[in-house]
Structure formats: structure tokens, C-alpha cells
Ligand binder design. Structure first.
Ligand SMILES: COc1cn(-c2cccc(C(F)(F)F)c2)nc(-c2ccnn2-c2ccccc2)c1=O
Length: 324
């Protein structure tokens, strides 16, 4: 079936590799059917060929794709884009990663939102849903991790089987840290910590807490990378994000809960203004810290500033239309 087909043809011919694939600007629109092969290409380029049993790697990749839900934004393509952004950083940001960090970031990036339902952590808490009783913090992220472990341990999916039990335990711990740190709530204290170190010129990549902070920032930067893509692509993706936000807002209203302004479809006319606010409040400070630590990630910062300019133009047009 699908696995056999992918195993018999796991590679994309060079001329079919999308043009921008080796840049941060890559986006998968129109290349959906080759994403599994592109993930295998990234794994092999970064970790070397034949480091994994190809059949298991193919089965793992396809099962990951199957366990993402067909929702507007937090779907398989989002998982792929985060893995791709992490891969670009591993390949081009000048930082030396250990083998374990590379495989943990690639698997963690691909898997970080697996089985996402399109609702955020607050939703499960506000509605007191069973998921919120399983975990207290980072509710969905802990679920994504548990899903990832059960896939890795499923029959014929154990791509890490060649490791010793200590290595296996360490890598699962690292994947857990990587996935949990995509909880945007954890970004704020992390950015405060890192920018404080930068202020005092005390950041030292050799100190574990500093390295862990940078790896967490790499996950935030990859998770939000949609905001750095070329304007036309970013605009399309923003629409998908808002479709999910409004689904959650509608559900919350049904339960008598007032949604966040960004999740209330009555505020649809404020989208441009909200995007400018989100970029100013979250993305710009975040990518600025990242570029200070990893200067070669500058395309992410400039990409998000181009989007900010375009959203500011849209916001001005909406304001002008409003007053005419
Ligand atoms: C207002 O526009 C937007 C707001 N958020 C957002 C998300 C969470 C919390 C907050 C908090 F700031 F409100 F906490 C803001 N995320 C995005 C966004 C852009 C790219 N991924 N992504 C995203 C990231 C995570 C979840 C959904 C979407 C966005 O475009």
C-alpha cells in the first residue's frame, strides 16, 4: 500500500525538488504529494544515508501524516513546514548540533502538533474537557508528545531501534523538550531569559541552560515561520489560522464563554491590525533575539517585517475605508 509505494520510491528526482526548498521561503502549496519524500530527503541530507531502515522511516513519516487531522491550519503541512524550518536552521545557521539534537529537532518539528484538533490549551481548560484533566500545563503539547511516542513505539515504526537504551531514553527526553517548547506560553519567559543574557553579553552556548533556551527559541521560530513567508503565501496562511481561531470562538460562544478578540469572527475587520500587533508583540522581538544569537537566521526576521509592512498597509486601507 502507501508504505510499499514510498519504500520503492523514497527519493524525489533532483529536477523535481521545489526551487526554494533550500531556503527559508519554501512553502509546500502545490507540492503536497511529495512531502513524505522531502522529509526523508531532509533526514538523509542532515543525518546521512542509511542511518535508518528506509522501510521504517517511510512508515513513520506516513503514519505521522495520517495522525495529523484534516483541519484548516494545524495539519500535516504545518508539521512539515516546522520540520523544514528547523532543517534550514540545522543546515545553515552556523551552530554545531549533536546528532541527537538533529534527529530530535527533525522528528520533534514534524511531530510537534500531531493530532491537533484546532483548539488551544485554554479551550480545553475553559470547557473542562478530559484532555485538561490529563495535564495541568502545556495540555496539547503533552498530548502531541504522547502521540509521538506511541507512533515511535508502534510495530515497524521504531526508527530509533539502532540506539542503546540510554541514547533512546535521552532522545525521547529531548523530543519531549522540543515539543513542549512549542507552547507559545513558554516563549515569553524564555525570550526574557535569553535577551537578558544578551544584554549583559553573558550568553554562552556551552552552558546547558543557555543552549536549552536557544533550542527552545529555535522551536518557537520554526513554529511561527508561516509569518516569515513571502507575502502572498503568508496572507493565505493567515486566513487558515483565522478559520481555526473562529471555529474555537464559535464553540466558546456556544458554551457562553467570551472568546479572545482574535478568535471572535465579529472582529474579522481587525485582522490586519491584529497581525501587526502579533508581529510587534511576539514575532519581531522573538526573531530579533534569534538573529542576535544566530545571525544567519536573518531571512526569518526580514520575512516577518515584510509581512508587517503589508499588514500595516491593509490596516490603513481598512481604516480609510471605514471613515469614507
Ligand atoms: C493574531 O494573529 C496570530 C496570533 N497568534 C497567537 C497564537 C497563540 C497565542 C497568541 C497570543 F499572543 F495571544 F498569546 C497569539 N498566532 C498567530 C500565528 C502566526 C503563525 N502561527 N500562529 C499561531 C501560533 C500558535 C497557535 C495558532 C497560530 C497569529 O497569526
Amino acid at each position: 500500500e502507501e508504505v510499499r509505494k514510498l519504500v520503492s520510491n523514497p527519493y524525489v528526482p533532483e529536477e523535481q525538488v521545489p526551487a526554494a526548498f533550500d531556503t527559508y521561503a519554501f512553502f509546500c502549496y502545490g507540492h503536497e504529494e511529495i512531502l513524505p519524500q522531502l522529509f526523508i530527503r531532509m533526514v538523509e541530507q542532515t543525518l546521512g544515508k542509511d542511518r535508518f531502515e528506509m522501510e521504517k522511516l517511510c512508515r513513520f513519516t506516513l503514519t505521522m501524516r495520517k495522525n495529523y487531522r484534516p483541519i484548516q491550519y494545524h495539519n500535516w503541512q504545518h508539521g512539515f513546514h516546522v520540520a523544514h524550518c528547523v532543517w534550514r536552521m540545522i543546515e545553515s545557521c552556523g551552530m554545531e548540533f549533536t546528532w541527537m539534537e538533529k534527529i530530535g529537532l527533525l522528528i520533534g518539528g514534524l511531530a510537534h502538533d500531531v493530532d491537533h484538533r484546532g483548539y488551544n490549551n485554554d479551550f480545553f481548560k475553559k470547557l473542562n474537557l478530559p484532555m485538561a484533566n490529563l495535564y495541568t500545563t502545556s495540555v496539547m503539547e503533552q498530548h502531541h508528545y504522547k502521540q509521538t511516542v506511541s507512533i515511535l513505539q508502534a510495530e515497524g515504526h521504531d526508527i530509533l531501534s539502532s540506539m542503546s537504551s540510554e541514547e533512546y531514553r535521552d532522545i525521547l527526553n529531548f523530543i519531549r523538550t522540543v515539543i513542549i517548547n512549542t507552547d507559545l506560553a513558554l516563549y515569553f519567559p524564555n525570550n526574557k531569559f535569553l535577551s537578558g543574557l544578551i544584554e549583559k553579553d553573558e550568553f554562552d552556548i556551552k552552558l546547558k541552560p543557555h543552549r536549552d533556551g536557544l533550542i527552545s527559541l529555535i522551536m518557537t521560530a520554526s513554529d511561527l515561520c508561516a509569518i516569515t513567508k513571502p507575502w502572498e503565501t503568508q496572507k493565505k496562511t493567515a486566513k487558515l489560522i483565522y478559520e481555526e481561531f473562529y471555529m474555537q470562538g464559535d464553540e466558546e460562544k456556544k458554551h457562553g464563554i467570551q472568546p479572545l478578540p482574535m478568535m471572535d469572527r465579529l472582529n474579522e475587520k481587525d485582522i490586519a491590525k491584529q497581525q501587526v500587533g502579533f508581529i510587534n508583540f511576539v514575532c519581531k522581538p522573538m526573531y530579533t533575539t534569534l538573529v542576535k544569537l544566530l545571525p544567519k537566521t536573518e531571512p526569518l526576521l526580514s520575512g516577518c517585517l515584510v509581512c508587517k509592512d503589508n499588514w500595516e498597509k491593509e490596516a490603513a486601507e481598512v481604516a480609510a475605508a471605514g471613515t469614507s
